[in-house]
Structure formats: structure tokens, C-alpha cells
Design a protein around this ligand. Structure first.
Ligand code: F6R
Length: 613
């Protein structure tokens, strides 16, 4: 996701902000900008391209003073360009804003503002924020209250940072929804803020992490925190370790937990540069998918290992449902030995977090040998699976450190959804209205992910109930069937509890014999087209004395009272449900392993990158 750095204090903000942004460069971006108050005068420099271009701009035309805020942007609304780069300034030139995330309701807000006569200078969703703040300031409110009212109008998972020339003694920031973090660094007569801890670690180790739906007013000498409802909160200060690895973990106990919570950001980042919400279009330039190629494809093989293969199984549903292209998932270690029927009308799509998994690379090689078009969805930039593919989609989620894959599971779900829409559009399988509706659903995803992650405490309670089990069965159907596999894999690899994922309809063909009091059954039963079938599955498991843990959609009265434990997820468009339903299962596995005191980030016998056959 985009990076944010802010500074308030006696020093010049510019070098502090630019150095901070440099530390976040590895996360990817397409534009950069900075705004600094110089004796009450607002100065902004911004441009498309790399940070080095912004640094050149600032060198040619220096900006001194403080406070200041800086931003690296990854486009979601409007192309990477000077006018779309952040910061964005209000019409009267007195308020300035940067944002990470997607303002879900920006079209409605934009229409309302335009009806009031506001002319937009950019195509971004972010610009709505600064105009709204200006609107509230004009009614006589101060910056903090104008900002609070604005934050309450924004839907989504966002981090927002604001300054005003009329109150240059403060920076106001908020974490709306469970967006990627805001860390406030505490100095002597100066304070810092950033989207990520490493950006401010040169200056301080004493930090405050904003929680979801909190905002902060940061001055040189003080940090005042309140909820978005206006209730004051006593800030809790953390001391971040000098050890760079521990510092990177920030507020979390393990990398896996951090990466679970980074998934709001992972899904936003993987959309960045690919989705134009204004036009309802998908662009995947690195895939090099032309209309001619899209119409030539007769079959897609998705090939991958482990978690990545389960992501591919969701992709099969999406590609077949949306683009109507026959798609098969073959585990990479089997692909090359199964003499697959592949020709030049076949695509072999490899999914790999590391991009270096030996079996996956061999499967790609086998596809190439047989004349297929070879694509990859990869997280590690520059890895072999990225370099050797004819076209690729980069997951854009940043490095994954925990051995158990989490954010590199959800990102390819979103990538395959985008791929399916693009394929369908190029093949003429969907009309413009359907395409726009499918694209619009993507806007909801960061917030839905954030709201689900906010329920970690309830998941932890269920983890306590399951901590001593020996075996566990995971059942799912349809698009959520692979999530049963993935949930079981997460549990077994980090908690060492035996767990099986199963297509729920297969239960009666054997595994039902296993169910008794000692065998908990995790049933994925959200509101999707297979919902009723899953309800009957829950009844069957209950009838045999099983303990049922259901993943269910908020307000589902049928399931309430039927299952022993329910992990609720918010209502979600069904084709995007796996992005949300997997989250409680990741958290469940994590907390069971944490309660058991296990080495979560480096489970026994496992390696992050499996480079041997
Ligand atoms: C499980 C996990 C593994 C990997 C598999 C493929 O949490 O991480 O199952 O998904 O080893 O790795 P990549 O995606 O690097 O090809």
C-alpha cells in the first residue's frame, strides 16, 4: 500500500519525510509527494514516478519548515500522474491531505460535493476528503472536529493524515476501519507519524499504535487520541526494540500475526495500479493479455503447491464462473509427471509466493516445453517464476516472513478475480454492466477484511476451547471448499494438530465415520450458493455428537443456535467470500498455536521457500 510519513517539530520536515519514505520504498508505489508548511505557507511538490524524481524536484525547488507530510501512492482511482499524486489540497489552498486505502463511497461523496459546486482537480477518491474537511471548517468547526466529522462519513479501511494552514501546530490522523497501521513516534519536543514503523525508527523507539476507528491530534509536545465517536482515549506507549527484525514486527507478537493483519493492506495493494474504479476497468499490463490471446485460450491449468494451490482452486471457480474458460488445478509436483494435455491454446498459470518453488518452476517449464502460454502470480519481485513467465501478476503484498502463508494466500484470490474479469471482458463473455458491477465489488474488500480481522478476540476464545484437540475436520463446498483445505493446512502446520480439509458433500462417503465428541468439525457455511447444503451438513455433524465451529454470515439465524461456536463474517459478495472466510481460520490456527506456545513463525520441518523437489 501507499506509504505515509509525517513530522512536526523544530527541524525541517523535508529530509525526515523523504528518508522515511525511502524506507518504505520496497512496498511499491507509482507516484510520490510532500507538503510542508513554511511559515504558514503551504508548499507541495509531487509527481508520478520514483522517489528519486521527487527528491530531484525538491533539490531544484527546496521546501523548508514544518510540519510536513509525505506520501507514496499506488494508483487505484485515476492513473499515476502529477495531478493524481498525493498530497491533495483544498480549494482555498489551506488544507492538505494524504490517504492510504480506498474511499468506498467516494462516488456518492463526490456527487454531493460537485452538487455544492466543488470542482475536482484529480480523479482520486482522496480528494473528496480534503473538500469535506474544508466544507466543515467553513461551518466554523476547528480542524480536529471537521476532520472527525469527515472521517465518520468515509466508508472503507483507510489511513488519513491532514494538516491545515490555519492550525499549523498540529497534524491530524485517523485509522478508519482496520486499515494498515498508523504509528506515532514520540520525540523530545517533536513527534513523527508513519504508516509503518521502519519509516521513523531512525528518530525514536517510543511509539503509539492507533487502533481501528481511532484518530490522533499530534502536536510538537503532545499526542491526543480519541475514537471517531469523540471519546478521549489514554494512549498506550510501546517501546520498539532496537533489533531491526523485532522492530519490523511492530505491535504484533509474531510475523504471522502481523501478516494476518496486513491483509487489509495486501488486498488494497494488489488492486493498486490494476483497477480503475471510476471506469470500472481492470488492467493487468504485466500479463500481456491481448484480445487475440484471450480469444485463443481454450484451457487454463493452474499449478502450484500447498497454500498457493488452494488459492488456485478458488481461482478455478472464478475463472470458470466469470470468464467461462475451462480451468483445472493440478498440484505442481504432479503436473510434470501427469503428461497433461497442453498445446499453444493452453495457459499454464503458476501461483507462488516465493517464485522459487522447485515443483512450481518445473511445472512452468513443462508447460513451456509443450507450447503453452506461461503466466505466473508471484509475490517475490524478480523471482524466477516472475522472470521466466510470458506474463505475470505481481501480488504486491511486500515480503512474507512467517513460514505459514497468509497474505500471499488472499492476494492471489483477488488477482484471479481481476484476471477472470479481464478475460471475460476481452472474450466478450460479460457486458459492460456486469463488468462494472464485478469491479465495484472489489471496492468493498479492504473494509470487509478489516472488519473480519477486528473480531480476533472472539476467535481467540474459540482457540482456547480447541487448544487440546488431537484432530479436526474442516468442511466446505463450492467456492469455500478450498478454504476448508487452507484452514486445515494452517492448523496442522503451525499447531501440529492433525487436520483434514474435505469437500462437505464427500462426508457421507466415508469421513462421517470419524465424527464423535472428540472430533471438532469446522464448517464453512457463509451465505453463498451452497449455504443450505452446508446447513444440512452442520445438522448431520451435530446428530453424530460432533462439536461444530461454523463460519457464518452476520445475522444468519438458521446457524445461530445450531453450531457450538460461530465465527461471524460480514456479508460479502459471494465470489469474494473466500478472501473473508479464510481470515477467522488463519486467526484460529494462529491463536491455538500461540496458546500451545509453539514457534509460530518457524514451525518445525518447514521452510519458507521449497527449492528442492
Ligand atoms: C503453507 C505454505 C506452503 C506454500 C508452498 C508453496 O502455509 O506456505 O504450503 O504455500 O510451499 O510456496 P510458494 O507459494 O512460495 O510457491
Amino acid at each position: 500500500m501507499c506509504g505515509i510519513v509525517g513530522y512536526i517539530g523544530p527541524r525541517d520536515a523535508t529530509p525526515i519525510i523523504l528518508n522515511g519514505l525511502k524506507r518504505l520504498e520496497y512496498r511499491g508505489y507509482d507516484s510520490a509527494g510532500i507538503a510542508v508548511f513554511n511559515g504558514g505557507q503551504l508548499e507541495v511538490r509531487k509527481d508520478a514516478g520514483k522517489l528519486s524524481q521527487l527528491i530531484d524536484l525538491v533539490n531544484k525547488s527546496p521546501i523548508n519548515g514544518a510540519p510536513g507530510i509525505g506520501h507514496t501512492r499506488w494508483a487505484t482511482h485515476g492513473a499515476p500522474s502529477q495531478r493524481n499524486a498525493h498530497p491533495h489540497v483544498s480549494r482555498n489552498g489551506r488544507v492538505v491531505v494524504v490517504q492510504n486505502g480506498i474511499v468506498e463511497n467516494f462516488l456518492e461523496l463526490k456527487e454531493e460535493l460537485m452538487a455544492e459546486g466543488v470542482e475536482f482537480q484529480s480523479d482520486t477518491d482522496t480528494e473528496t476528503i480534503v473538500h469535506l474537511v474544508e466544507h466543515y471548517l467553513a461551518t466554523g468547526l476547528d480542524l480536529v472536529e471537521a476532520a472527525r466529522r469527515t472521517f465518520n462519513q468515509i466508508q472503507g479501511a483507510n489511513v488519513v493524515v491532514l494538516m491545515s494552514a490555519d492550525e499549523p501546530d498540529k497534524i491530524v490522523t485517523a485509522r478508519i476501519g482496520n486499515a494498515g497501521g498508523v504509528v506515532i513516534g514520540l520525540g523530545e519536543d517533536e513527534n513523527f507519524l508513519a504508516s509503518d514503523t521502519p519509516a521513523i525508527m531512525d528518530h525514536t523507539r517510543n511509539v503509539i499504535f492507533l487502533e481501528s476507528r481511532q484518530m490522533a491530534t499530534v502536536t510538537r509536545s503532545d499526542v491526543c487520541i480519541q475514537t471517531l465517536d469523540g471519546n478521549k482515549i489514554k494512549p498506550q506507549t510501546h517501546s520498539v526494540s532496537w533489533d531491526p527484525v523485532a522492530a519490523e514486527k511492530g505491535e504484533y507478537r509474531h510475523f504471522m500475526q502481523k501478516e494476518i493483519h496486513e491483509q487489509v493492506r495486501a488486498v488494497t495493494d494488489t488492486l493498486a495500479g490494476r483497477v480503475d474504479f471510476g471506469r470500472g476497468e481492470i488492467r493487468l499490463p504485466d500479463l500481456k493479455l491481448t484480445k487475440e490471446l484471450a480469444n485463443k485460450i481454450e484451457k487454463i491449468y493452474i499449478t502450484a503447491c500447498g497454500t498457493a494451490a488452494y488459492a488456485g482452486m478458488v481461482g478455478k471457480y472464478l475463472i470458470e464462473k466469470i470468464a467461462r474458460v475451462p480451468t483445472e488445478v493440478v498440484i505442481a509436483s504432479e503436473f510434470r509427471y501427469s503428461d497433461p494435455v497442453v498445446d499453444d491454446k493452453t495457459v499454464v498459470l503458476a501461483i507462488s509466493q516465493s517464485g522459487e518453488t522447485a515443483d512450481t518452476l518445473a511445472a512452468m517449464e513443462e508447460g513451456r516445453r509443450k507450447g503453452a502460454v506461461v503466466w505466473s502470480i508471484v509475490n517475490a519481485i524478480g523471482s524466477q517464476a516472475m522472470r521466466t513467465a510470458d506474463g505475470f501478476i505481481s501480488m504486491q503484498t511486500g515480503p512474507e516472513i512467517g513460514v505459514a502463508s497468509t497474505k500471499a494466500f488472499v492476494a492471489p484470490l483477488v488477482d484471479q478475480y481481476m484476471l477472470a474479469i479481464l478475460l471475460a471482458d476481452l472474450r466478450g463473455v460479460i457486458d459492460e454492466k456486469t463488468r462494472k458491477a464485478l469491479v465495484a465489488d472489489l471496492r468493498l474488500i479492504p473494509d470487509l477484511v478489516g472488519r473480519t480481522l477486528d473480531r480476533e478476540a472472539e476467535v481467540e476464545k474459540v482457540a482456547y476451547a480447541l487448544k487440546d484437540v488431537r484432530d479436526c475436520l474442516y468442511l466446505g463446498r463450492g467456492i469455500n471448499m478450498p478454504i476448508a483445505y487452507e484452514g486445515a493446512l494452517k492448523l496442522k502446520e503451525i499447531s501440529y494438530i492433525h487436520a483434514e480439509g474435505y469437500p462437505a458433500g464427500e462426508m457421507k462417503h466415508g469421513p462421517i465415520a470419524l465424527i464423535d465428541k472428540a472430533m471438532p468439525v469446522v464448517c464453512l457455511a457463509p451465505k453463498d450458493p451452497w449455504h443450505e447444503k452446508m446447513i444440512s451438513q452442520i445438522q448431520q455433524a451435530k446428530a453424530r455428537g460432533g462439536t461444530v465451529i461454523a463460519i457464518a454470515t452476520d445475522g444468519d439465524e438458521l446457524i445461530d443456535g445450531m453450531a457450538d461456536h460461530i465465527l461471524w463474517v460480514p456479508e460479502t459478495p459471494w465470489m469474494l467470500l473466500p478472501v473473508v472466510t479464510v481470515l477467522p481460520l488463519q486467526m484460529l490456527a494462529y491463536h491455538i498455536a500461540a496458546i500451545r506456545g509453539l514457534d509460530i513463525d518457524q514451525p518445525r520441518n518447514l521452510a519458507k521457500s521449497v527449492t528442492v523437489e
